[in-house]
Ligand binder design. Structure first.
Ligand SMILES: *Cc1c(COP(=O)(O)O)cnc(C)c1O
Length: 417
């Protein structure tokens, strides 16, 4: 005899799998795709072709995109340099400034929860004779301004601190950092990938000199990004890291990715026009998710300051649950865990460790990344599913039982067998 188990009926508006990993990448907005399509077909010109209408048409489209991007961050069109994405933008900013200002000094300041595209670039700079200070963060994920002030010396040429963190959504005090840097005559670069299009960013109000952004985190295509490079007060100089035809004012040679650039421009325009409304929607969903989890589960906590936080981010630790089992249990939901897959081993996230989390707590953490296309019905499904799986896993966990009885697990003496 066999029992037929039917899957519970899904609520209206929910289709599996659910995508809730919008810090890793975002789906393209259909309006972005629509703007790009002609540039894959009949409008195929090279934006650098000066002798015919095919080139002019492409150049015009690129110019419009420059305007759209500039407008989102309070810059001017001439200050936008196109790249292949934020990894390249970060490399170009740090290496290009390091090389150009080498006579003035060799000291760079960054912080420990930066994206690898900044950290690994800084490590390479160290190999080439630069000194790098990696500022710590407090338990909330924020740098301390006092630490930054103390780190500055007369050889400091660059401060590179991200605007918002891709794992824990924490927003650094960018305006304060920019103000301090300008007072001291030091250039300020920010990896603003997660901030641009999500929270207001203004390069003048915030004293940002150089800023990295990328299209695929703001509902645009992959493989295209930009670097904002300030042209006055001060005029920033960047040594090219790619030699060739002298495109992008000599800072980044290579035929422009016209369809991608058109998409990036459109994505920025949509973000600028819809940011306020979208933020409210994301905040409501984020808080709904958090409340549902917190009212149904104990031994959980939010990572990163909630006061300085991206609207679409929720990073939570589910203590006394094994991280891999948790992810396996919710495999119809696309989220990220507090483990980074480096080679064959599962390493706990260096960002969560920097906040002071232990390895197991880091492993039992989940980053929920809400985005433009998520719905409240999806949030409910995700919350119910996570609650269900965490409860089931804890039923099997003697550690959870002990913790619930009030036994301090850090003081238990385990006996080896
Ligand atoms: C995604 C991301 C990057 C890398 O951007 P790519 O365009 O994928 O190279 C850099 N910094 C942060 C904070 C990111 O989230």
């Amino acid at each position: 005899m066999s029992t037929v188990l039917s899957e519970p009926k899904l609520p209206a508006g929910v289709k599996l799998p659910i995508y809730m990993d919008n810090h890793a990448t975002t789906a393209m907005d259909p309006r972005v795709l629509e703007a790009m399509i002609p540039f894959f077909s009949n409008k195929f010109g090279n934006a650098a072709s000066r002798n015919h209408s095919f080139g002019w048409e492409a150049e015009q489209a690129v110019d419009l995109a420059r305007e759209q991007i500039a407008k989102l961050i309070g810059a001017t069109a001439k200050e936008i340099i196109f790249t292949s994405g934020a990894t390249e933008s970060n490399n170009l900013a740090i290496k290009g400034i390091g090389e150009m200002y080498r006579e003035r000094g060799n000291h760079i300041i960054t912080q420990v929860t930066e994206h690898k595209a900044v950290l690994d670039t800084c490590k390479r700079m160290e190999k080439q004779g630069y000194r790098v200070t990696y500022l710590p963060v407090n338990a909330d994920g924020l740098i301390e301004m006092e630490d930054l002030k103390r780190a500055i010396d007369d050889k400091t040429i660059l401060v590179t601190i991200m605007a918002a963190n891709n794992e824990i959504g924490v927003i650094q005090p960018v305006a304060e950092i920019g103000k301090l840097c300008h007072e001291r005559g030091i250039l300020f670069h920010t990896d603003a990938v997660q901030a641009v299009g999500k929270i207001p960013v203004d390069v003048n109000a915030m004293n940002i000199d150089v800023l990295s952004l990328t299209a695929h985190k703001i509902y645009g295509p992959k493989g295209v990004g930009a670097l904002y490079v300030r042209r006055r007060n001060p005029r920033v100089q960047i040594a090219a890291q790619m030699d060739g035809g002298g495109h992008e004012r000599g800072m980044r040679s290579g035929t422009l990715n016209v369809p991608g650039i058109v998409g990036l421009g459109k994505a920025c325009e949509i973000a600028r026009l819809e940011m306020a409304e979208e933020t409210e929607k994301l905040l409501a969903m984020r808080d709904r998710l958090r409340k549902k989890l917190e009212s149904n589960l104990d031994f959980i906590h939010v990572n990163g300051s909630m006061e300085h936080h991206l609207p679409g981010n929720l990073n939570m630790s589910f203590i006394h649950v094994e991280g891999e089992s948790l992810l396996m249990g919710i495999n119809d939901i696309a989220v990220s865990s507090g483990s980074a897959c480096t080679s064959a081993t599962l390493e706990p996230s260096y960002v969560l460790k920097a906040l002071g989390l232990g390895d197991d707590v880091a492993h039992s953490s989940i980053r929920f990344g809400l985005g433009r296309f998520n719905t409240p019905a999806e949030v409910d499904y995700v919350a119910d599913k996570v609650v269900d799986v965490v409860r089931k896993l804890r039923e099997l966990s003697p550690l959870y039982e002990m913790a619930k009885e009030g036994i301090d697990l850090t003081k238990v003496q385990w006996q080896a067998h």
